[in-house]
Design a protein around this ligand. Structure first.
Ligand SMILES: CC(C)(COP(=O)(O)OP(=O)(O)OC[C@H]1O[C@@H](n2cnc3c(N)ncnc32)[C@H](O)[C@@H]1OP(=O)(O)O)[C@@H](O)C(=O)NCCC(=O)NCCS
Length: 157
Protein backbone atom coordinates (compact mmCIF):
# COMPACT_ATOMS: atom_id res chain seq x y z
CA UNK A 1 0.00 0.00 0.00
CA UNK A 2 1.26 3.49 -0.82
CA UNK A 3 2.16 5.46 2.30
CA UNK A 4 1.09 9.07 2.85
CA UNK A 5 3.94 11.50 3.44
CA UNK A 6 3.37 14.84 5.13
CA UNK A 7 5.54 17.73 6.25
CA UNK A 8 5.48 19.17 9.77
CA UNK A 9 2.63 21.52 8.78
CA UNK A 10 0.50 18.56 7.77
CA UNK A 11 0.74 19.27 4.04
CA UNK A 12 0.65 16.16 1.86
CA UNK A 13 4.02 15.76 0.13
CA UNK A 14 3.83 13.96 -3.22
CA UNK A 15 6.21 13.30 -6.07
CA UNK A 16 4.99 14.36 -9.51
CA UNK A 17 6.14 13.44 -13.00
CA UNK A 18 7.32 16.48 -14.92
CA UNK A 19 4.44 17.81 -17.02
CA UNK A 20 3.44 20.77 -19.15
CA UNK A 21 1.63 22.06 -16.06
CA UNK A 22 4.44 21.92 -13.49
CA UNK A 23 7.83 22.14 -15.23
CA UNK A 24 8.19 25.91 -14.85
CA UNK A 25 7.64 25.75 -11.08
CA UNK A 26 10.03 22.81 -10.74
CA UNK A 27 12.67 24.63 -12.84
CA UNK A 28 12.47 27.63 -10.47
CA UNK A 29 13.25 25.59 -7.33
CA UNK A 30 16.38 27.17 -5.81
CA UNK A 31 18.46 26.46 -2.68
CA UNK A 32 20.04 29.23 -0.55
CA UNK A 33 23.10 31.00 -1.98
CA UNK A 34 25.38 29.15 0.48
CA UNK A 35 23.98 25.79 -0.61
CA UNK A 36 25.03 26.43 -4.22
CA UNK A 37 28.35 24.80 -3.33
CA UNK A 38 26.48 21.52 -2.87
CA UNK A 39 23.82 21.60 -5.59
CA UNK A 40 22.93 23.48 -8.77
CA UNK A 41 21.71 27.07 -8.41
CA UNK A 42 18.38 26.12 -9.96
CA UNK A 43 16.57 22.81 -10.41
CA UNK A 44 16.39 23.79 -14.09
CA UNK A 45 19.89 22.32 -14.43
CA UNK A 46 18.63 18.91 -13.25
CA UNK A 47 15.57 19.08 -15.48
CA UNK A 48 17.83 19.63 -18.47
CA UNK A 49 20.06 16.75 -17.39
CA UNK A 50 16.99 14.50 -17.29
CA UNK A 51 15.69 15.82 -20.62
CA UNK A 52 18.97 15.62 -22.49
CA UNK A 53 20.24 12.23 -21.31
CA UNK A 54 18.60 8.91 -20.75
CA UNK A 55 20.02 8.38 -17.29
CA UNK A 56 18.11 10.53 -14.79
CA UNK A 57 14.39 10.96 -14.26
CA UNK A 58 13.36 14.23 -12.60
CA UNK A 59 10.36 14.48 -10.28
CA UNK A 60 8.71 17.56 -8.83
CA UNK A 61 7.94 17.69 -5.10
CA UNK A 62 4.53 19.12 -4.25
CA UNK A 63 3.54 20.08 -0.70
CA UNK A 64 -0.14 20.93 -0.59
CA UNK A 65 -0.78 23.26 -3.52
CA UNK A 66 2.82 24.29 -4.11
CA UNK A 67 5.83 22.89 -5.90
CA UNK A 68 8.56 23.08 -3.26
CA UNK A 69 11.34 20.83 -4.49
CA UNK A 70 13.02 18.58 -7.00
CA UNK A 71 14.50 15.10 -6.81
CA UNK A 72 15.68 12.69 -9.49
CA UNK A 73 16.52 9.02 -9.74
CA UNK A 74 18.48 6.72 -12.03
CA UNK A 75 19.27 3.03 -12.51
CA UNK A 76 22.90 1.97 -12.94
CA UNK A 77 22.57 -1.28 -14.87
CA UNK A 78 26.29 -2.10 -14.54
CA UNK A 79 26.16 -2.02 -10.74
CA UNK A 80 22.50 -3.00 -10.49
CA UNK A 81 21.83 -0.10 -8.13
CA UNK A 82 19.32 2.74 -8.09
CA UNK A 83 20.52 6.28 -7.39
CA UNK A 84 18.85 9.35 -5.92
CA UNK A 85 20.20 12.79 -6.90
CA UNK A 86 19.32 16.43 -7.42
CA UNK A 87 17.52 16.67 -4.10
CA UNK A 88 16.67 20.34 -3.51
CA UNK A 89 14.00 21.93 -1.34
CA UNK A 90 13.27 25.60 -2.10
CA UNK A 91 15.12 27.87 0.34
CA UNK A 92 11.90 29.26 1.85
CA UNK A 93 10.48 25.76 2.37
CA UNK A 94 13.44 24.20 4.17
CA UNK A 95 13.26 23.06 7.79
CA UNK A 96 9.55 22.18 7.55
CA UNK A 97 9.87 18.45 7.03
CA UNK A 98 9.62 18.52 3.24
CA UNK A 99 13.06 16.93 2.76
CA UNK A 100 12.21 14.08 5.14
CA UNK A 101 8.86 13.43 3.42
CA UNK A 102 10.52 13.58 -0.01
CA UNK A 103 13.14 11.02 0.98
CA UNK A 104 10.43 8.72 2.34
CA UNK A 105 8.43 9.01 -0.86
CA UNK A 106 11.34 8.49 -3.25
CA UNK A 107 12.69 5.52 -1.27
CA UNK A 108 9.22 3.96 -1.31
CA UNK A 109 8.88 4.56 -5.06
CA UNK A 110 12.25 2.97 -5.86
CA UNK A 111 11.83 0.09 -3.38
CA UNK A 112 8.59 -0.85 -5.15
CA UNK A 113 10.47 -1.50 -8.41
CA UNK A 114 10.99 -5.26 -8.73
CA UNK A 115 14.66 -4.96 -9.67
CA UNK A 116 15.54 -2.61 -6.80
CA UNK A 117 18.10 -4.16 -4.44
CA UNK A 118 20.10 -1.17 -3.26
CA UNK A 119 19.67 2.62 -3.35
CA UNK A 120 22.70 4.91 -3.48
CA UNK A 121 23.26 8.63 -3.20
CA UNK A 122 26.14 10.97 -2.46
CA UNK A 123 26.65 14.18 -0.52
CA UNK A 124 29.43 16.67 0.14
CA UNK A 125 31.16 15.96 3.49
CA UNK A 126 30.42 19.52 4.69
CA UNK A 127 26.70 19.12 3.98
CA UNK A 128 25.83 17.86 7.44
CA UNK A 129 22.06 18.51 7.09
CA UNK A 130 21.90 16.19 4.11
CA UNK A 131 24.21 13.64 5.76
CA UNK A 132 22.09 13.35 8.91
CA UNK A 133 18.88 13.15 6.87
CA UNK A 134 20.25 10.25 4.81
CA UNK A 135 21.72 8.48 7.86
CA UNK A 136 18.34 8.65 9.58
CA UNK A 137 16.84 6.62 6.72
CA UNK A 138 19.49 3.92 7.14
CA UNK A 139 21.95 4.98 4.43
CA UNK A 140 25.54 4.09 5.34
CA UNK A 141 28.85 5.07 3.67
CA UNK A 142 30.12 2.56 1.11
CA UNK A 143 33.69 3.84 1.45
CA UNK A 144 33.57 5.19 -2.13
CA UNK A 145 33.88 8.84 -3.08
CA UNK A 146 32.30 10.32 -6.21
CA UNK A 147 33.47 13.82 -7.24
CA UNK A 148 34.63 14.37 -3.61
CA UNK A 149 31.21 13.31 -2.33
CA UNK A 150 30.61 10.53 0.18
CA UNK A 151 28.68 7.66 -1.45
CA UNK A 152 26.04 6.06 0.79
CA UNK A 153 23.94 2.97 0.24
CA UNK A 154 20.67 1.59 1.59
CA UNK A 155 19.90 -2.10 1.11
CA UNK A 156 16.37 -2.88 -0.12
CA UNK A 157 14.90 -6.22 0.88
C1 LIG B 1 19.02 18.83 2.63
C2 LIG B 1 17.58 19.31 2.36
C3 LIG B 1 17.03 18.60 1.14
C4 LIG B 1 16.73 18.95 3.60
O1 LIG B 1 15.41 19.36 3.34
P1 LIG B 1 14.50 20.08 4.47
O2 LIG B 1 13.13 20.14 3.96
O3 LIG B 1 15.13 21.34 4.88
O4 LIG B 1 14.66 19.00 5.65
P2 LIG B 1 13.61 18.62 6.78
O5 LIG B 1 13.00 19.85 7.36
O6 LIG B 1 12.72 17.56 6.27
O7 LIG B 1 14.59 17.98 7.85
C5 LIG B 1 15.04 16.65 7.65
C6 LIG B 1 16.34 16.40 8.36
O8 LIG B 1 17.38 17.12 7.69
C7 LIG B 1 18.33 17.53 8.67
N1 LIG B 1 18.34 18.99 8.68
C8 LIG B 1 17.51 19.83 8.02
N2 LIG B 1 17.86 21.11 8.26
C9 LIG B 1 18.93 21.06 9.06
C10 LIG B 1 19.77 22.05 9.65
N3 LIG B 1 19.59 23.36 9.44
N4 LIG B 1 20.81 21.64 10.41
C11 LIG B 1 21.03 20.33 10.64
N5 LIG B 1 20.26 19.35 10.10
C12 LIG B 1 19.23 19.71 9.34
C13 LIG B 1 17.90 16.98 9.99
O9 LIG B 1 18.49 15.69 10.13
C14 LIG B 1 16.41 16.86 9.81
O10 LIG B 1 15.93 15.87 10.67
P3 LIG B 1 14.54 16.04 11.47
O11 LIG B 1 13.46 15.70 10.48
O12 LIG B 1 14.65 15.03 12.56
O13 LIG B 1 14.47 17.46 11.96
C15 LIG B 1 17.51 20.85 2.19
O14 LIG B 1 18.16 21.47 3.25
C16 LIG B 1 18.12 21.34 0.89
O15 LIG B 1 17.47 21.43 -0.14
N6 LIG B 1 19.43 21.69 0.92
C17 LIG B 1 20.09 22.23 -0.25
C18 LIG B 1 20.32 21.18 -1.30
C19 LIG B 1 21.08 19.99 -0.77
O16 LIG B 1 22.06 20.12 -0.04
N7 LIG B 1 20.61 18.80 -1.19
C20 LIG B 1 21.24 17.57 -0.83
C21 LIG B 1 22.32 17.26 -1.80
S1 LIG B 1 23.14 15.72 -1.39
Amino acid sequence: MTQQFTDRQGRAVVLEEITEGNWRDVADVAPTDEQRRYVAALAARYLLLSERGEVWTSLGVRAGDDIVGHVMWAYDDEEGTHWIGGMVVSAAEQGKGVGRATMGAVIERLSDLPECRQIRLSYHPDNTSAGSLYTSFGFRPTGDLEDEEIVMALPVS
